[in-house]
Design a protein around this ligand. Structure first.
Ligand SMILES: C[S@@+](CC[C@H](N)C(=O)[O-])C[C@H]1O[C@@H](n2cnc3c(N)ncnc32)[C@H](O)[C@@H]1O
Length: 207
């Protein structure tokens, strides 16, 4: 995510679904003017006073003016959001023309699959099922109950394209360069766990 974002210094930035603020802090430490929003009070309390501005709310109805941010990030939060189309529309709305939306998401291949393990519990093969079928399961994360949504990649891509956003970068980490720096990441390269996407809100063209 940091690679995709580049230098955020001075950028008015919104982190949607910021949780306990780990990424708010990392961006604030790099000089961004960051606001984090999350619906869970206990997570915001944990984030409080450690960097950035924190707001309680949901991604589907953002309490910010249109065009208010130069950078919007959504770090592993879309999988928690039931109405992801409204959340993406809100992210596009609050983004200033020319601004960027950087999303990290669990890949649909990962969320519809599971490892088959041998008797020694080593990962052997990864099997997927019902990839195209949107569904959710109850999960626990940071001490709270969450709905984890599985959706095929096309669900997100279609919603983002319908908003008129332009895809500028698409990465499935770990990249070969990252593995060269840290060879322990090679095991994570066996399955496409994550996608990182950089989208741009186009500037209106003069008529
Ligand atoms: C897997 S956590 C990721 C948190 C954080 N972005 C991080 O990377 O540490 C997903 C977050 O989405 C938040 N969330 C759940 N429903 C949401 C909604 N409707 N709008 C915005 N955030 C939501 C959860 O409270 C949680 O903090």
């Amino acid at each position: 995510m940091l690679e995709a974002i580049g230098d955020p210094k001075g950028l008015r930035t919104l982190d949607v679904g910021c949780g306990e603020g780990r990424f708010v802090r990392r961006l604030a430490a790099r000089g961004a003017q960051v606001v984090g929003i999350d619906p869970v009070r206990s997570l915001l309390e944990a984030a409080h006073g450690r960097g950035g501005t924190l707001v309680r709310g949901v991604g589907e109805v953002l309490p910010f003016q249109s065009d208010a941010f130069e950078l919007v990030v959504c770090y592993l939060a879309l999988i928690d959001i039931a109405d992801y189309r409204s959340a993406l529309a809100e992210q596009a709305r609050v983004l200033k023309p020319g601004g960027r939306l950087v999303i990290a998401n669990l890949s649909g291949m990962a969320s519809s699959g599971t490892w088959q393990r041998d008797a020694a519990r080593r990962n052997r093969t990864f099997t997927m099922d019902r990839y195209l079928e949107e569904r959710w399961e109850q999960a626990r994360w940071a001490g709270i109950d969450v709905m984890n949504w599985h959706r095929p990649l096309s669900a997100y891509l279609e919603a983002l394209l319908a908003l008129g956003l332009v895809l500028r970068r698409f990465v499935e980490p770990p990249t070969p360069n990252q593995i060269a720096v840290d060879p322990t990441l090679a095991e994570d390269a066996r399955v496409p766990w994550f996608v990182v996407m950089e989208w741009v809100k186009p500037c209106p063209t003069a008529s």
